[in-house]
Design a protein around this ligand. Sequence first.
Ligand SMILES: CCCCCCCCCCC/C=C/C(=O)SCCNC(=O)CCNC(=O)[C@H](O)C(C)(C)COP(=O)(O)OP(=O)(O)OC[C@H]1O[C@@H](n2cnc3c(N)ncnc32)[C@H](O)[C@@H]1OP(=O)(O)O
Ligand SMILES: NC(=O)C1=CN([C@@H]2O[C@H](COP(=O)(O)OP(=O)(O)OC[C@H]3O[C@@H](n4cnc5c(N)ncnc54)[C@H](OP(=O)(O)O)[C@@H]3O)[C@@H](O)[C@H]2O)C=CC1
Length: 298
Amino acid sequence: MAYKSIFKPGLFKDDVALVTGGGTGIGRCIAHELASLGATVIIAGRKIEKLQSTAQEMRNAGYKVDITQLDIRNLDEIKKSLNYIISKHGKLTCLVNNAGGQFAAPASEISPNGWKTVIDLNLNGTWMMCWAAYHAWMGEHGGRIVNITAAARNGIPFMAHTAAARAGIMNLTKTLCVEWAPHGIRINSLAPGTIVGSGMTRYPISVQQTAADNHWMNPSGRYGTEAEVSSAVVYLLSPGAAYINGITVRMDGGRDLSKTSFQRESKIPIYDGGLSVETNELFMKLWGDYKQIGKSKL
Ligand SMILES: CCCCCCCCCCC/C=C/C(=O)SCCNC(=O)CCNC(=O)[C@H](O)C(C)(C)COP(=O)(O)OP(=O)(O)OC[C@H]1O[C@@H](n2cnc3c(N)ncnc32)[C@H](O)[C@@H]1OP(=O)(O)O
Ligand SMILES: NC(=O)C1=CN([C@@H]2O[C@H](COP(=O)(O)OP(=O)(O)OC[C@H]3O[C@@H](n4cnc5c(N)ncnc54)[C@H](OP(=O)(O)O)[C@@H]3O)[C@@H](O)[C@H]2O)C=CC1
């Protein structure tokens, strides 16, 4: 089924876009939306089955899609993937650094290797992707980069490692903007709050329940959708955002600003792009009018 983007058909018809973590969740949604707008989209990740399944789904919708297996913590694998993309598809105009993740633990219980694991994945992995894309294509030809981080402005209790890594990416975005704009590269970040989808369901149930209970602190009265993240990413990559460079967009329904709880139904309509979402009953309930999203997989 064709993705229901709010953007004009063919907007990305001349683009070749790489989406890391494009086999699942937010990355899968971004891949669908960019491809529905004409881009050739390459989805990347470690597990080939996830990539193949999403690629098939996209081919069924008539989209141009390819896959490349890589671990963003491994520079040799990144270089190999980028060489493949450029030799097969001729260029790399858009990069979405979406792959990432962490575990929840009190700071005092994070082991040195646990800390390193999360920093390597989120901060070093994003840095290596940017660096390699610069050298493989963008330094000479320009391009647009969007980094998916997390709403970490005030820290993230029980996720000190990822909060530090994501803050690092936000600052890196500023430096690379200044250094790389003369090369025709625009780079921005997008910091989601809690988004309902595959990512949240990977946590132990106690963490999911804590996240679910926290949702009353969100002034929007609900959590976000993958499609809401995707449409902001697509805007940042689009020609309409040509003068936006070096910023981080906070996308959390206003959660970062609230100091109270809101025990009421959401009045903010949901945008879902028409794509199914892998989630569970616990999180479906956190979309105020979740029954409208009949296609979501439970
Ligand atoms: C307590 C309540 C807190 C509530 C907070 C709720 C707020 C929610 C808001 C969250 C918003 C963000 C959402 C998302 O980003 S969802 C999308 C991504 N999905 C995930 O992040 C989940 C998947 N996570 C993982 O796959 C892994 O955690 C990760 C990739 C980060 C690491 O996996 P890897 O296989 O590489 O690592 P290892 O198993 O080899 O372990 C390496 C070291 O890390 C230590 N470790 C791992 N897990 C834990 C844990 N749960 N607690 C403590 N330590 C952990 C592990 O022991 C290793 O260290 P040692 O060698 O010293 O043992
Ligand atoms: N969902 C949410 O509430 C929020 C999510 N985010 C961030 O958004 C991004 C997408 O998350 P979401 O879609 O929800 O979760 P998912 O767990 O569905 O997506 C994470 C993706 O990253 C890929 N990935 C993980 N590690 C690596 C690696 N080392 N190399 C290459 N690919 C990797 C995974 O594929 P594979 O395992 O096959 O490698 C997977 O496709 C993440 O960075 C996440 O932290 C931020 C804030 C909130």
